[in-house]
Design a protein around this ligand. Structure first.
Ligand code: SAH
Ligand code: SF4
Ligand code: F3S
Length: 437
């Protein structure tokens, strides 16, 4: 029998890209490809890319340059670029980097096998359409292989919000929800293959409308699946947090007490310029309502500093909002002007100023993260084991609050859901001791 062809995929960007990479690997599995972790062995290399900030996009070109010797060694090697950079600058990629054989956008990757066949003839293949058909319906069924205990499941794609700084509405297209029945059948299949925790994904996942009762309706339907122990979702927009979803945080046992709810800035002036359509005050009131429903909820967020026009006072407002809310975890970024977005036209804040603000904000966020982690010490948590730890007999998994927890548990296996007492808080993880009774 001939050796199967080997596919190497490298994924950048958000969890939706992680999910897409899995689905692309499955689609190519139908064409006889198996995945390899060694780029030197590959017959096809796919970079699944991110366009959100300039640095992310530039990484793609430097990575592509590194493949030159591989192609010299193996002229049959095919190199493809997928994801959001492919969507935003597909033709430019082909021009700038002749090594690239294939470009496929995030809404067209069900056509990957056809594109690969075209590339195999020596032609260049590019597809950055936003096709009418639903890509998920045209993908190969997920193979029945056993899976790890956690999985991502994309339920909603695209964005209609058009925040002034963001490329996502352009790279991913308009907001679309997958019908609940299809999501449920994919979830049942995942659970049948060993998955115990599912994270529902969408650029604006709480705008989900594939169920007549929205995302909360979908969560309640998923909670009915035996064997599915935990449900999470990301990323949410403050304006789409409806009452039913807030209520589910208080009443649905399988829905984990963790919420990523980006606010970007604490200044109303900047929020308006960002086209966020909410104020700092309305965000804080919303957090109060969610915490009333679920007092131990761990809140996560995203922040941008140095948005055009941001003054010292605007930045102080962001710091004040962070102090008020108290985040258990957060991402913060220096504003990056993205071609084609409205904010890109505006005068930027000097880099040194933005750098300094980023450092100041990150110091506060990191202090809050550690305060929240430290408060976990002495408390009980349930940990879903995902993999062995570095120490002999150790396992690592996530708590309800998405903290990584290291536990000495020589008898345990991947996929076990165990009770622990948190005994220590380290830089980016916790240590727990098994509770046996
Ligand atoms: N849909 C999600 C986030 C998508 S992008 C949401 O609305 O929350 C993830 C994060 O990247 C954003 O929340 C924002 O903080 C950051 N980001 C997006 N565009 C950016 C830009 N041009 N410069 C810097 N950070 C950006
Ligand atoms: Fe981008 Fe705003 Fe849409 Fe989030 S809500 S994906 S930040 S445009
Ligand atoms: Fe990046 Fe595209 Fe996700 S731009 S953050 S990979 S939606």
């Amino acid at each position: 029998m001939a050796e199967p062809k080997k596919l190497f995929i490298k994924t950048y960007g958000c969890q939706m890209n992680v999910y897409d990479s899995e689905r692309m690997a499955e689609a190519m599995g139908g064409e006889g490809y198996v995945q390899t972790a060694r780029v030197e062995d590959a017959d096809m290399i796919l970079l699944n890319t991110c366009h959100i900030r300039e640095k992310a996009a530039e990484k793609v070109y430097s990575e592509l340059g590194r493949f030159k010797p591989l192609k010299a060694e193996n002229p049959d090697l095919k190199i493809g670029v997928a994801g959001c950079v492919a969507q935003a600058e597909g033709e430019e990629i082909m021009r700038r980097q002749p090594l690239v054989d294939l470009v496929v956008g995030p809404q067209a990757y069900h056509r990957l096998p056809d594109l690969a066949a075209k590339a195999a003839t020596g032609a260049k293949a590019l597809d950055t359409d936003f096709p009418e058909e639903d890509k998920f319906e045209h993908l190969n069924a997920r193979p029945k292989a056993k899976r790890g205990p956690t999985a991502f499941l994309t339920v909603q794609e695209g964005c209609d919000k058009f925040c002034a700084f963001c490329v996502v509405p352009y790279t991913r297209g308009a907001e679309v929800s997958r019908p609940a029945a299809r999501v449920l059948s994919e979830a049942r299949d995942l659970v049948g293959r060993g998955v115990r925790e599912i994270t529902l994904l969408g650029q604006n996942v709480n705008a989900y409308h594939g169920h007549d009762k929205g995302l909360a309706g979908l969560i309640w339907a998923l909670a009915e699946i035996d064997g599915l122990e935990r449900i999470r979702f990301t990323t949410s927009h403050p304006n789409d947090m409806d009452d039913a979803l807030i209520d589910a945080h208080g009443t649905c046992e399988k829905l984990m007490p963790y919420l990523h709810l980006p606010v970007q800035s604490g200044s109303d002036r900047i929020l308006k310029a960002m086209n966020r359509k909410h104020t700092a005050e309305s965000y804080i009131r919303l957090i109060e309502r969610i915490r009333a429903a679920r007092p131990d909820l761990l809140l996560s967020g995203d922040f941008i500093v140095g948005f055009p026009g941001e003054t010292e006072q605007d930045f102080a407002d962001t710091m004040a909002l962070v102090e008020t809310v108290e985040y258990g975890q957060a991402y913060s970024f220096k504003y990056s002007a993205r071609p084609g977005t409205p904010a890109a036209e505006k005068q930027a804040v000097p880099t040194e100023v933005a750098d300094e603000r980023l450092q100041t904000l990150q110091a506060l966020l990191s202090r809050q993260q550690h305060d929240v982690q430290n408060r976990m010490v002495g408390r009980r948590a349930k940990v879903l084991f995902e993999k062995p730890g570095r120490l002999e007999g150790q396992m690592v998994g996530k708590s309800e609050h998405l903290h990584a927890v290291h536990v000495h548990a020589p008898e345990a296996e991947r996929g076990d859901l165990v009770s622990v007492e948190i005994v220590e808080s380290a830089a980016n993880s916790l240590a727990g001791r098994l509770i046996t009774s």
